[in-house]
Design a protein around this ligand. Sequence first.
Ligand code: GDP
Length: 458
Amino acid sequence: MEMDTIAAISTALGEGAIGIVRLSGDQAIAIGDKLFKGTKRLEDTPSHTIVYGHLMDDASGETIEEAMVTVMRAPRTYTREDIVEINCHGGLVSVNRVLQAVLAKGARLAEPGEFTKRAFLNGRIDLSQAEGVIDLIRSKTDRAMNVALRQVEGRLSKKIGKLRQDLLETIASIEVNIDYPEYDAETMTAKLINEKMTIVLAEIEALLATAKQGKVLREGLATAIIGRPNVGKSSLMNSLVHEAKAIVTDIPGTTRDTLEEYVNVRGVPLRLIDTAGIRETEDIVERIGVERSRQALKEADLILLVLNYAEELSKEDEALFEAVKGLDVVVIVNKIDQTGRIDMERVRQLAGDNPVVATSFLQEEGVDQLEEAISRLFFAGGVEGADLTYVSNARHIGLLNQAKAHAEEAIAASLTDVPVDLIQIDVTRTWELLGEIIGEDVQDSLIDQLFSQFCLGK
Ligand code: GDP
């Protein structure tokens, strides 16, 4: 495949101590040498070392920048091509000047995600690993980042690869039996398909079982805080935001704005529905009725329903319980520092299976238990102990669901007298669909669309 040399600013735009302009391609080192004047030429620099020097404009003889330049030769690089990274002073102007200079010497401005796309096209990583890179950049908590990292390392790819290998062997045995039909070949083959596909189906289901948690870690939980006026909703929000110490805000390529909406509750990213939204829900039930408020709340993945310990349960409180029926709810009984008037028996009864936590946001009591309850709701089995292969990507989940349907179809057909060459179509389709997860047989348009989600310079 013919590929030109691409360049982009690979660090976040804005003020910073250093900025990096990255080049990748056959001409990366030659283009670097057209600008770089140091103790040695980049061409003579050993791979994976860094040299100090200046970037010069040969026409005017002026110095463009002082720089440290890293040379990394193919194939042991991010893209598997020659890579040159120019570390210069941070700040929009200087990094941009360097970029313009390398473009003037023959590099082409990279499209978003093009470096990672090359890593994929050059076979260093597969599609699910590339998608892991996007998730890594966008991850909102350490826990989510660990999951993305496992995907980049290829854990999901390996599982999918193993499944596809099993399917391929099954397909091969079916082929053999079709080609050399003996008198009971059909029955034998149907039995084999049944056995093998039952195993494959179980593994697909096991992967899908991680999808809910995977999605939570990747995308966060849309969280609505509801309750009557003055029960402590804003205080709850403040205490959650205050507790959110470990939120990741300095990962390149992410903007602060998108991250600041999230609070990190034991590794679970919560996206709190904004204060305006909260105020609207204060009398949402009264205003629009139980049925419609239930619709409105459906968009939330998690509801924090706040009650006042110091007051008796009101009609509005009961209506709120009614509106959140069937959703994931944590019931918070706040102001336990005051004299209790609420009927806790009744609260527990209304809460049903949902956890009830007693708090005093004023005295910072119960916040730990609240966080525990939220985390338990989504990670009952615990996350740390699991092997961290989560399916979190909507595209993967969709493909797994389709693969599952075809596997089920094959199993069902294997129990009837459907001819095996017809059943084989479902087996093959299962194999193909799983292949799409790791990027085998995916169309160019999908690949372009996937990589365009990346930030520039990645
Ligand atoms: P919101 O209207 O539901 O958002 O309630 P706020 O969070 O604004 O709280 C209403 C009032 O209750 C404020 O004066 C808070 O300081 C107070 N408050 C909040 N939590 C507690 C608590 O646990 N104990 C006591 N005594 N007061 C609280």
